[in-house]
Design a protein. Structure first.
Length: 302
């Protein structure tokens, strides 16, 4: 534990360790990804993809190592036992901070297959990380406003096509498809602007989950509904690096795949779309109540 050091120094050490860990694994990752790109046949993909996943898992394990070194975090976690590393999952979680991603990776690494996130197109230009996400087949989505789509109707449905193409790849080997239903990180300003009916959550967007279920509903063993609560408030990334993540509460709830919805046409059938929205609304009501119940005095460090 390095928490006896000044917080800015802890942040500097964590940043250096995080960068070194990435620089160790990303070149290896890119080497195998380029092999897959040069020889674009299914047999090569089936050979290379497990290697890429093991490299990513080693990278995440390295991140967990420097997190343990620089953080004195109390982890209150329930629901991660008994998961199947060799199955498919659709993972849903509330979203408050970039730290959510490291929390999820730390908890689920080698418990379930590697989490695959849907990312904004602009993130492909992030130095080092953008190439790594590309190598791991993370889908990059172009998010357009309704105003833009009215002016450029030919772009409508592009993200749906990207989702379907990604899910075709995910179906080849066990994968965990990660979906933040809110579509963006929670802030009080966004909550007020949306006039969200939920106390702790933004309004959910069912479209991405519906497309994933429609494409891979027969593959998913379960939907993992994850709730993350930061009793001391959601940290920004620099606060996290400085060792200020004192408490994390996580609840994981496996849910059955709603096959009656997974087999429906979300985009083309208004009745299916309404049923999805009702299902997601109920899911969000339960999550909102769970967050309310979990928001309370933090446990003492061990």
């Amino acid at each position: 534990m390095l928490n006896f050091l000044p917080a800015p120094l802890v942040g500097l050490i964590a940043t250096v360790l995080m960068a070194l860990n990435a620089l160790l694994w990303v070149p290896i990752l890119l080497f195998f990804a380029l092999l897959k790109l040069i020889i674009p046949v299914k047999r090569m993909r089936l050979l290379i993809d497990p290697i890429l996943l093991h490299i990513a898992e080693a990278w995440i394990a390295g991140n967990s190592g420097w997190m343990r070194l620089t953080q004195r975090t109390v982890w209150d976690v329930q629901g991660i036992d008994g998961l199947n590393y060799r199955s498919w999952y659709l993972v849903n979680c509330n979203h408050q901070s970039w730290v959510d991603i490291l929390v999820l990776q730390h908890l689920f690494n080698q418990r379930i297959p590697l989490l695959k996130f849907f990312l904004k197109q602009q993130l492909i230009w992030v130095p080092v990380m953008g190439l790594a996400w590309w190598a791991l087949d993370f889908p990059f989505m172009r998010r357009h406003s309704e105003e833009f789509l009215k002016k450029h109707p030919q772009m409508r449905g592009k993200d749906h096509a990207t989702t379907r193409q990604a899910c075709e790849k995910f179906a080849l080997i066990p994968t965990s498809v990660m979906n933040f239903l809110e579509g963006t990180r929670f802030t009080p300003a966004k909550h007020q602007r949306q006039q969200s009916p939920y106390k702790h959550l933004l309004k959910p967007k069912a479209g991405g989950m519906a497309l994933a279920l429609n494409a891979m509903g027969d593959k998913f063993q379960a939907i993992l509904d994850v709730t993350i609560v930061y009793p001391d408030g959601a940290p920004d990334f620099w606060q996290f690096l400085k060792g200020k993540l004192k408490h994390v509460t996580v609840r994981v709830r496996p849910l059955p795949v709603p096959q009656h919805l997974a087999q429906g046409d979300y985009a083309g059938d208004p009745a299916v779309r309404e049923a999805y929205q009702k299902w997601v609304h109920q899911l969000w009501l339960e999550k909102d109540a769970q967050i309310e119940a979990l928001t309370g005095p933090a446990p003492s460090p061990a």
